[in-house]
Ligand binder design. Structure first.
Ligand SMILES: *Cc1c(COP(=O)(O)O)cnc(C)c1O
Length: 382
């Protein structure tokens, strides 16, 4: 039923700030602000080019093509640029983001970097709530874009701290972990999946056998999986999961209450709870990847392609290489796509630091040897 009153309230959700209807949504000044904010976000998309689909070199005789979708080339350096754009449009068009009111986000960093950029673009304050272990480079980037950082010691508390800050400031808790899957246009509109298929059109295997996508919010894997089904493709979607994440266990057991008791070492992916945006039913396969293997793989990427990326790119690449190994041993040809999620220069004192590896007790040598043996012989040592 239609009720004739100004405004409209936010659907209720745990920990959400009470929606004070202190902005009259039909006020011409607010509507002019809103139009201009939406224009600026859409104009940013209009100025942006597509991200490259890069070819990872494999021996010709294998007749298997491996690609990486390079999401590090977005204006804010990661695949979270897509998400932040979608969340801002969703929040603006829902009437949730208001002039002069801060946007608050719980983040392991990349989303906050991109959201700080969009907050500055539309002219609202931004506060990121992040685990204290987040790399300093991300904090620097958030502050560079004019955002504020609020660190917490226990990564499991980012949600409640964000909701509390929103309540205290009258701001909007963006809540990527709830809204990522629905803020993105999964049927198309140049989402990451549609872009991948368009870029594969002239390849010898245009419909990939597998797309590998890691999960933080789960939004990217949800968008890809839904698009695959919507377009009636045969592609399957694999989500590799790092240590200290509950996604794998929750997916296997079908338990939405699965938890893990500490944060992921691979920034951007792996969560301590089953996030609402992680759509387990849409995922065809999951793989648990040791953190040392993720880091060995991202270093192998530099050797193979001369590019540095973040740890989650290594998690995806390790999983993609294992799938290529399976296809090879079964005598199958085809293509596999994985993602380059963000650049390595954010993590020089982490994944690219031998001192950090030693401090974490991570030995990447056996995994590095497995990759190099595979790429030269085609055999995968178990
Ligand atoms: C967020 C993130 C991912 C995973 O993407 P989701 O869509 O949130 O599941 C992977 N890598 C990095 C670096 C990220 O920041």
């Amino acid at each position: 039923m239609h009720t004739d009153r100004a405004g409209g309230s936010e659907p209720s959700r745990a920990g959400a700030a009470p929606d004070t209807l202190d902005v009259d949504r039909s006020d011409p000044e607010y509507r002019a602000w809103l139009k201009e904010a939406v224009r600026r976000v859409k104009a940013d998309a209009n100025r942006s080019a597509d991200t490259h689909l890069l070819h990872f070199p494999l021996p010709d005789s294998w007749e298997i093509d491996l690609y990486l979708k390079d999401e590090s080339t977005h204006p804010t350096g990661s695949l979270k640029h897509r998400l932040a754009r979608s969340l801002f449009l969703y929040g603006l068009c829902n009437g949730w983001i208001r002039p002069g009111r801060p946007v608050i986000e719980a983040s392991s960093g990349s989303t906050a970097v991109s959201e700080a950029y969009f907050a500055a673009l539309v002219g609202v304050p931004f506060i990121a709530v992040m685990p204290r272990t987040t790399s300093p480079e991300k904090t620097r980037l958030i502050e560079f874009h004019g955002g504020r950082c609020h660190s917490v010691d226990d990564p499991r508390t980012v949600y409640e701290v964000s909701a509390r800050l929103a309540a205290e400031t009258g701001g909007h808790y963006m809540d990527q972990f709830t809204y990522a899957e629905r803020a993105t246009d999964w049927r198309g509109n140049n989402n990451i999946a549609q872009s991948i298929y368009q870029q594969l059109e002239r390849e010898r295997y245009p419909e990939p056998a597998w797309i590998v996508a890691t999960a933080g919010t789960g939004g990217t894997s949800a968008t890809i999986a839904r698009y695959v089904r919507y377009m009636q493709y045969d592609t399957r979607v694999c989500v590799p999961d790092p240590e200290n994440s509950c996604f794998f266990d929750g997916w296997v057991s079908g338990d939405p209450g699965a938890v893990s008791d500490c944060g992921s070492r691979i920034e951007g992916i792996g969560r301590p709870r089953m996030e609402p945006s992680f759509l387990a039913c849409a995922v065809d396969r999951m793989m648990k990847v040791p953190d040392a293997a993720s880091i060995a793989a991202v270093r192998a990427l530099e050797q193979a392609m001369g590019r540095r990326a973040g740890g989650s790119t290594g998690t995806g690449l390790w999983s993609a290489l294992r799938i290529v190994a399976e296809m090879l041993s079964e005598g199958r040809t085809g293509s596999v796509v994985t993602l380059m999620c963000d650049p390595g220069d954010r993590y020089l004192d982490k994944y690219y630091s031998d001192a950090w590896l030693a401090d974490q007790g991570l030995d990447i040598r056996p995994h590095a040897a497995a990759i190099s043996t595979f790429l030269t012989t085609g055999g995968w040592a178990a």
